[in-house]
Design a protein around this ligand. Structure first.
Ligand code: FES
Ligand code: FES
Length: 162
């Protein structure tokens, strides 16, 4: 079937099988391999991308359901100022080791920055519950997110229905 959507601000028309999930579509059809695939059943968060601005697990999202919608993968956020701040903070705080979880972790972290400007460490940890990291023990990740929250008071909170 044909699907028309925007990926990283570029209009895309593609033929997809009904069962193709968005992660495979991004990686294999569009060669956007920054989105990682771990568990492939919605548990680890490695495949997290933005769909109409909200984080989703692209391994359990069918590409065919994304018609008329906007997808941002990690590649599309390269010049985003919050993402730039997060990348620097992740480096400074040793928030990654193998890096496999990192693209999904960064997409979720950016959402925390936008949505929860007053988040404390406990809330950050709660928000990260859907992104698994086998390497870091999470402390560096929490420190990095807290650093960006603390040093970016200019970021307006995101208005999103509960
Ligand atoms: Fe999608 Fe694990 S690969 S949640
Ligand atoms: Fe290796 Fe997170 S840095 S899984």
């Amino acid at each position: 079937m044909t699907v028309s959507l925007k990926v990283n601000d570029i209009a895309v028309n593609a033929e997809v099988a009904p069962r193709t999930h968005l992660a495979d579509f991004l990686r294999e059809d569009l060669l956007l391999t920054g989105t990682h695939i771990g568990c492939e059943h919605g548990v680890c968060g490695a495949c997290t991308v933005l769909l109409d601005g909200e984080p989703v697990r692209s391994c359990i999202t069918f590409a065919a359901t994304c018609g008329g919608r906007e997808v941002q993968s990690i590649e599309g956020l390269e010049h985003d100022p919050i993402m730039s701040a997060l990348r620097a903070a992740f480096t400074a705080e040793h928030a990654l080791q193998c890096g496999y979880c990192t693209p999904g972790m960064l997409v979720t972290a950016r959402d925390i920055i936008l949505r929860l400007p007053d988040a404390d460490d406990d809330r950050i940890r709660l928000e990260l519950a859907g992104n698994l990291c086998r390497c870091t023990g999470y402390n560096g990740i929490v420190r990095a997110i807290r650093h960006v929250l603390t040093h970016r008071p200019d970021v307006a909170p995101l208005e999103r229905p509960a």
